[in-house]
Ligand binder design. Structure first.
Ligand code: F6P
Ligand code: MN
Length: 352
């Protein structure tokens, strides 16, 4: 979608129609996005009722990752997969299903989805979300995961929904990142941010600092230097935010800049961090890059990484380009004597 020509206030449907008129190959992708938007509105209405809708955090079974599913996890998974069944989608890889779900045999598209991101925020009136990436169907009997094992550069579109004070639909079709805001009276998303440009550097970082003792040397070194503020080599005072909801942190980064880190750490099962490559890191990375920001695992670009399984995890660092480049330098120096490159001992590292 050429976001340059999109008019603020236009409905998502109108913007999708415009994109398809300009490029007919987007017709199926647009149908999938419209299906996701319809499901998002339904889920948003349940979340918006809060406790009046029942106990949204009521616990059920364990999901594929060993997390206990909550009522809202299951509801969102069902609403989104039902909606995708009515779209040209052959396969779905959902956080809430162990294997690939087969929807419409022969359909051209495959969707990786985290139906309800930020589960720990359910039931306490905090922001949660949905994340999705759309890929061409590429599986075969010999390669049943084929639609999902390729790198994130294969994504045709990606988006996330933030169910916060307002409900937002953040979208890229590979030509810029836009944000649509739910008009609750009209029950439709309207364009509010046509072409997001993330600032190159900012003074905010997001990390779950309670894991500090488990981090490896590059992350420890970077955060220590953030804490040293203007008196340290980064030469600026920082603020810290951690919302416990990837979508909400990502939306803040898109609008205000800064850097988000969920690195690998030494806790059992956390060597690759917590976040999932297919339905968390890869869509967020595409949205970031399309907004002029970056996303890496420390050393590699997230969008270049292929998966071996649908629930694979990856360390995730994304945000303002210069800030992400700065973190990458700490990873680059990881083998230096005493765990720190002399480069990082100098004031003014990030000034040049
Ligand atoms: O989906 C995983 C998730 O809930 C993200 O939304 C969030 O960023 C992260 O986990 C929070 O993890 P932790 O509870 O370890 O801080
Ligand atoms: Mn999630």
């Amino acid at each position: 979608m050429s976001s340059a020509s999109l008019e603020i206030g236009s409905s998502l449907d109108a913007c999708l129609a415009q994109a398809v008129a300009a490029d007919g190959t987007l017709a199926d992708v647009a149908k999938v996005i419209a299906a996701c938007a319809a499901a998002a509105i339904a889920v948003s209405e349940v979340i918006g009722r809060g406790a009046l809708a029942g106990d949204l955090a009521a616990q059920g079974e364990q999901n594929s990752d060993g997390d206990v599913q909550k009522f809202l996890d299951v509801l969102a998974h069902e609403r989104f997969t039902e909606a995708l069944r009515g779209a040209p989608v052959a396969e779905v890889a959902s956080e809430e299903a162990e294997g690939v779900m087969l929807l419409n045999a022969g359909a051209p598209l495959a969707v990786a989805i985290d139906p309800l991101d930020g589960s720990s925020n359910i039931g306490v009136n905090m922001a949660v979300g949905t994340i999705f990436g759309i890929r061409p169907t590429a599986s075969s009997p010999e390669n049943p995961l084929g639609s999902f094992t390729g790198p994130g550069t294969l994504q045709l579109a990606a988006g996330f929904v933030t169910y916060g004070p307002a409900t937002s639909f953040v979208l890229t079709l590979g030509d810029g990142t836009q944000i649509y805001t739910l008009d609750r009276e009209q029950r439709s998303f309207r364009l509010t941010h046509p072409r997001i440009e993330v600032v190159a550097a900012a003074k905010e970082y997001a990390i779950n600092a309670s894991n500090a003792r488990h981090w490896d040397t590059p992350v420890k070194a970077f955060i220590e230097d953030c804490l040293r503020g203007a008196e340290g080599p980064l030469d600026k005072d920082f603020n810290m935010r951690w919302l416990g909801s990837l979508v909400a942190d990502a939306q803040r980064v898109l609008l205000r800049g800064g850097v988000f880190l969920y690195p690998g750490d030494n806790r059992k099962g956390y060597a690759q961090g917590r976040l999932r490559l297919l339905y968390e890191a890869a869509p967020i990375a595409m949205l970031m890059e399309q907004a002029g920001a970056g996303a890496i695992d420390g050393e590699r670009r997230i969008l270049d990484i292929g998966a071996t399984g649908i629930h694979e995890r990856v360390p995730l660092i994304f945000g303002s380009m210069d800030d992400v480049a700065c973190v990458a330098k700490y990873y680059g120096g990881r083998n230096a004597a005493a765990g720190r490159s002399p480069l990082f001992g100098q004031r003014g590292l990030m000034r040049g």
